[in-house]
Design a binder for this molecule. Structure first.
Ligand code: ZN
Length: 310
């Protein structure tokens, strides 16, 4: 059985301009790196559908969804916040990005795919119930998690978020939902300046000082996440897969290497595989160093393909 690789051409048409690094070429370099890797024979490509309004309503307020639909410009770009802009194609891209998460869950839950990786943008983990921010409009991971919980009746889902920035949106949406164990590592103090003070037994944040490298982060993850992940026994595993902690990425001061992404992915999958039965959905979040982003994603995806293959 193959791993699903999900994307949509509209995700390339969302372009914010304004010297913002969240650019269409991110998806292109990832696509090229995957295409020229040894993974292609293990992947099945899918085109992401639109997320429906009902699927978005599980995690976003109705007024917010209406506001996003009404904000879509006919020409030019308009700001939702200083970092987050819409052009005429952004709404469709955002709906396909969230829809990719839903399709990923459907493929994994119906046994058509062993796992899924979504090469999509705009990213999602900063989007809160009613706030667009940090390049994010709809919270793609949250839409996928809510679909698994509500449509398939999954009872426990773990989300591993190794993006360099705290996933304030995922925390905001699932703060009072104990079916979700959210594990996030991020540079602190740093944008969005949240997460370091959160006290919750199902939100496990690891703030990292600038300059932290992969060797430093490994024991922190083992100390703060492993025991809880084992106790929680997640039935499904999501990755909010941001690659901006990579040492070449100017969007953070963290110093992760390609092999750190392989290590994190392998460790977490192996640790949880008895309860997850390899039900894994990973979605692209950040990652802006175009020279290394493809290698990071391939290292992550290789572990998913390898460990999901049965
Ligand atoms: Zn980030």
């Amino acid at each position: 059985m193959k791993t699903a690789l999900i994307s949509h051409p509209d995700c390339l048409l969302h372009d914010m301009g304004h010297a913002i690094p969240e650019i269409p070429e991110r998806l292109t370099v990832i696509d090229q790196a995957i295409s020229s890797s040894d993974l292609m024979s293990q992947l099945q490509q899918y085109v992401a559908p639109f997320a429906t309004k009902d699927q978005l309503l599980r995690v976003h307020d109705p007024e917010y969804i209406d506001y996003i639909f009404m904000s879509s410009p006919k020409t030019g770009t308009i700001p939702l916040d200083p970092d987050t802009w819409m052009n005429p194609y952004t709404l469709n891209a955002a709906l396909h990005a969230a829809g990719a998460a839903v399709l990923g869950v459907d493929l994994v839950m119906t046994g058509k795919s062993k796992a899924a990786f979504c090469n999509i943008r705009p990213p999602g983990h900063h989007a809160e119930r009613s706030t667009a921010m940090g390049f994010c409009i709809f919270n793609n991971v949250a839409v996928g998690v809510a679909h698994a919980l509500e449509h398939y009746g999954i009872q426990r889902i773990a989300i591993i978020d190794f993006d360099a920035h705290h996933g304030n949106g995922i925390e905001n949406i699932f703060l009072n939902n104990e079916k979700v164990l959210y594990c996030s590592s991020f540079e602190h103090p740093f944008y969005p300046f949240s997460g370091a003070d959160t006290i919750s037994d199902h939100i496990l944040n690891i703030p990292l000082v600038a300059g932290t490298d992969g060797k430093d982060v490994r024991p922190k993850m083992q100390e703060h996440w492993y025991q809880r992940l084992l106790e929680f026994k997640p039935e499904m595993l999501f990755f909010a897969a941001g690659f901006d902690a990579f040492y070449q990425d100017v969007m953070s001061d963290l110093m992760f290497q390609v092999e750190d992404y392989a290590w994190m992915t392998r460790e977490i999958i192996q640790l949880t595989q008895e309860s997850t039965q390899h039900r894994i959905v990973s979605l692209l979040e950040g990652g802006y160093a175009l020279g290394g982003l493809g290698d990071c994603v391939v290292a992550h995806l290789r572990e998913i393909c390898h460990l999901s293959r049965k």
